[in-house]
Design a protein around this ligand. Structure first.
Ligand SMILES: Nc1ncnc2c1ncn2[C@@H]1O[C@H](COP(=O)(O)OP(=O)(O)OP(=O)(O)O)[C@@H](O)[C@H]1O
Ligand SMILES: [Mg+2]
Length: 266
């Protein structure tokens, strides 16, 4: 008997953006973005401050709707999904926010338990097990009772990652996971991103300014400039790109003059 479509495992792109135009009010921030992130790939988007990197993540997680274009998650067109349907999609997405974004009034334990408690009737013992596992995944065992204010920036990021992992997401979105951290903690977070990809077999869409990390952890990199992806390829291909703007960006050099307005935003 022929297999029904739903029996055939989906092995297309985990995330696909097709010709996305998006922004706020009358302002266009992303102006015709198309990209496709494969399963288990670590895909990083780099670009100047204000170029729309976080906006891109907001579209994937459904906090923002595009003006036009289409967004697919695991082959499902979520572009016009209602908030109710989006909540279901978000169960397979984990998000590590730009500024850890922990709930200040909740302990580390309760921060990580938070997404699990959104599901009804999860027994306490199960929640305890999940929190312990996730804390171990990010090397933070025994810190459940601490409050976010008692943690260093790197520890907060790790708790943010543990919380994102709580529901075993198939896709993890990282907004600036290493920006502003010292080199040792940066290494530590990079290792965690790689380990997470391997142990969760998750697809990762990463936003970053941190060139060293980008080239170390990414399978492919997209360069966002003036609302468009101006270059896309492996770290080696991006580093070897002969596009002047790409080179200026990755080496932190002066931009060609028509792009100067962006420099002041960095
Ligand atoms: N909620 C909002 N309302 C209006 N404009 C916004 C909003 N969020 C972002 N913007 C604007 O959209 C543009 C892109 O912002 P976004 O946060 O996506 O940039 P980014 O590339 O993530 O920057 P950074 O590297 O500083 O985090 C900026 O000009 C920003 O001012
Ligand atoms: Mg941002």
């Amino acid at each position: 008997m022929a297999k029904k479509a739903k029996d055939i495992p989906y092995d297309g792109p985990a995330i696909e953006l097709i010709d996305i135009v998006a922004g706020y009010g009358d302002t266009i921030v992303l102006d015709g973005i198309s990209l496709s992130v494969k399963h288990k790939e670590i895909f990083t988007v780099i670009g100047l401050s204000g170029s729309g990197k976080s906006t891109l993540l907001k579209l994937v997680i459904g906090f923002l709707k595009p003006f036009s274009g289409k967004i697919f998650i695991d082959g499902e067109d979520i572009t016009h999904f209602s908030e109710r349907r989006m909540r279901k999609v978000r169960m397979k997405l984990g998000m590590v926010f730009q500024h850890a974004a922990l709930f200040d009034s909740l302990s580390v334990y309760d921060n990580i338990a938070f997404p699990v408690r959104q599901r009804k009737n999860v027994p306490r013992s199960k929640i305890r097990g999940i929190v312990a596992d996730k804390l171990a995944d990010v090397d933070m065992q025994g810190t459940g009772k601490l409050m976010p204010s008692e943690l260093s920036g790197g520890m907060q990021k790790r708790v943010g990652l543990a919380r994102a992992l709580a529901e075993n997401p198939r896709i993890i979105l990282y907004d600036e996971p290493t920006t502003g951290l010292d080199p040792v903690i940066t290494n530590n977070i990079n290792r965690l991103i790689l380990k997470t990809r391997d142990s969760y077999e998750a697809t990762s869409l990463v936003i970053s300014h941190d060139m060293e990390s980008v080239f170390r952890i990414s399978d492919r990199v997209g360069v966002l400039l003036d609302g468009k992806i101006i270059a896309l390829g492996t770290p080696g291909e991006i580093q070897a790109s002969n596009n002047k703007e790409v080179q200026a960006f990755i080496h932190g050099e002066e931009f060609p003059s028509h792009l100067e307005r962006h420099i002041s935003l960095v």
